[in-house]
Design a protein around this ligand. Sequence first.
Ligand code: TRP
Length: 336
Amino acid sequence: MNQATNTPKKRIFSGVQPTGNLTIGNYLGAIKNWTALQEDYDCLYCVVNQHAITVRQDPANLRKSTYETLALYLAAGLDPEKNTLFIQSHVSAHAELAWVLNCYTMFGELSRMTQFKDKSAKNADNINAGLFTYPVLMAADILLYQADLVPVGIDQKQHVELTRDIAVRFNSIYSDTFTIPEPYMPKTGTKIMSLQEPTKKMSKSDANENATVRILDDKDTIIRKFNLAFTDSDTVVRYGEDKPGVSNLMSIYSCFTGKSFEEITKDFEGKGYGDFKLAVGEACADALAPVQSRFKELMKDKAYLEAVAKNGAETASYLARKTLSKVYRKVGFVQF
Ligand code: TRP
């Protein structure tokens, strides 16, 4: 049931970590797709700053990125009247439920998480307990709101599956408590790859600036980066596993223009990669221009961003408390 309208809309929860300079991977893989859902679903979108500190963050940067991520939600077109937009640390129920769920999650399950393995390899000097239990906090995020669907990129699917396992386990011990959520993945653009090494995900923290296109890059930079993008050896614009570079550019182009892979192949028949890369760069720059100008305006208006976050936190807290108090009752915590 949608709280605001009393209609039986399905509920959606998702989040982005406020770390670093967001890329078109974050935009196309996540935020842009969310705007299409706001009419038909009851959506909560969180800036997951508590997840961010599982790797060391500079406090000033974390604060700035938190505002930026929220501004980006808005700039991309998420309407704060239709969606609940909030900052994770403002709703203490996330940390509280995460503790309880920690006690219903197995060490072995967490050890199998591929993101934990990757991140601990990358941060060998800081393999902290939070990095290990991060998927439990994510499960708490989702289960607190009884979310039906969780839009995520393919790299987060394993975490949503773990969330389901935890929810099923809890429900079977204590009777129905949590909605069992499903991962929800858009058809294209789920995973935007590095422009330089197209078998790797485009990453905010890539040391090679030419590997990523930032949401705030100017037009010349965008066109230059696409021009330098790694492509495959033949010259045909065709989607295929044997052509990760061109396929990635096709996904990006398709996301920005709405064209299908067949149409794109047809449009660029007989033309070289040069023309294609320029077209991708232009489509990307043109599509980002309005998002960038709105983003810049919003970043000048902290009071507005704070008002949105405060409002969102109130709605979210109300919903979260209902689930948390149910959980506390079921596990036997005394409540007055
Ligand atoms: N772990 C996700 C990521 O790194 C972010 C995230 C945290 C999330 N909690 C979530 C995504 C809940 C979906 C639902 O991308």
